[in-house]
Design a protein around this ligand. Structure first.
Ligand code: UDP
Ligand code: MG
Length: 342
């Protein structure tokens, strides 16, 4: 579902998810607008109001009234950061889309550099946090562990220490929009679609105002989504435990039988009972694990991800296209992308 769009398509869109961000919005808009203006391309700023309960809706309405390049998508309730980003991507119309948090932890001043790299032919330019000022040691440490852990489990490498601050070329945006899965772990999805990716290091600033909207519970949910939607490794735990238990039982039984046969000193009856219980438990876990494998496969299928994406076409009208609304001609895409002198 798309809103009718008015006016010519902007060349660059900034997508900003906001959840109770009234304290930072005016300053964010000022710095973001200044940075985008410096690039000298047409742009829009798409604010996604993720069901805020403070003054965010009113401030966004005022910002839109004062500058028509500022657009607002308001969600019906709080759907969470990742879904808010998806909604913003759906509404953004630029040839390049920059995702940026509302709290100025990602400096808007890095955007011109991202656009310059995009002009040079990179499809995804992601910010890599160099240091995380003003965040608790707990958050920094858990984030660090999380990215290393998920990289061991997952089939697609997810860049370490990168948040959602990134520039995406239109074809990458269309690819992400074509992925219908409900658990949206954007960082993993952006890695999964491929294309030409490059990183820009930046220093993550402390939050400009307000508190983190990620509660411990939301962080845990986020981590679970990340692990479960990019790996079925947890399903394999049952199989491993089952094999280990059965192997232990067999080994114990053989040893006890060997000793009994060799010198007639048989193990006490309860020992055999323990071994049989272990064997049966192991067999059960093994069967669970097999079920899990099938479930894992169904789960993979159920995501209904498209099988491939087109990076480029030659001899067709559109370089790549998804919906009529965001469709670019070769010319529009090329001229927006070329000719930017960073
Ligand atoms: N956010 C959102 N919906 C939520 C939680 C957060 O749109 O349910 C937005 C929030 O307004 C901010 C961004 O997502 O622009 C990142 O959130 P936050 O800064 O609280 O997370 P942190 O930087 O602490 O990880
Ligand atoms: Mg933040």
């Amino acid at each position: 579902m798309r809103l009718a769009s008015f006016g010519p398509k902007p060349e660059i869109s900034a997508v900003v998810p906001c959840f109770n961000e009234d304290a930072v919005l005016p300053e964010t808009t000022r710095r973001l607008t200044a940075s985008l203006e410096q690039i000298g391309r047409s742009f829009e700023i798409v604010f996604v109001d993720d069901g805020s309960r403070d003054n965010t809706p009113r401030i966004l309405t005022e910002l839109h009234a004062s500058d028509p390049r500022i657009r607002v998508v308001r969600l019906s309730r709080n759907f969470g950061h990742q879904v808010a980003i998806s909604a913003g991507l759906e509404y953004a119309r630029g040839a390049a889309v920059v995702l940026i948090d509302a709290d100025l932890q990602d400096p808007p001043e890095v955007i011109p550099e991202m656009v310059a790299l995009w002009s040079q032919g990179h499809d995804v330019v992601y910010g890599t946090r160099q240091n995380r000022d003003g965040e608790t040691a707990f958050k920094t440490l858990t984030a660090k562990w999380f990215y290393r852990f998920i990289n061991r489990l997952s089939d697609v490498p997810i860049p370490l220490d990168s948040g959602d601050f990134r520039l995406l070329d239109r074809k990458v945006v269309d690819a992400l929009l074509a992925m219908p899965e409900r658990d949206r772990f954007m960082r993993g999805m952006v890695s999964w679609v491929g294309f030409q990716q490059v990183s820009v290091p930046y220093d993550r600033a402390p939050r400009h105002a307000g508190d983190s909207k990620y509660t411990l519970f939301k962080m845990a949910r986020f981590a679970t989504d990340g692990i479960l939607s990019f790996s079925i490794a947890p399903l394999r735990i049952a199989t491993l435990l089952g094999v280990a238990a059965s192997a232990l039982a067999l080994l114990g039984g053989l040893t006890a039988a060997g000793i009994g046969l060799a010198n007639g000193r048989w193990m006490a009856p309860w020992g055999w009972v323990v071994l049989v219980v272990l064997l049966l438990g192991g067999a059960q876990l093994l069967c669970l694990g097999i079920l899990g494998e099938y479930l894992g496969r169904t789960y993979g299928e159920n995501k209904r991800r498209p099988l491939y994406f087109v990076r480029e076409t030659l001899g067709f009208d559109e370089p790549f296209s998804r919906t009529a609304e965001s469709r670019l001609t070769h010319e529009e895409h090329r001229s927006a992308r070329a000719g930017f002198e960073g």
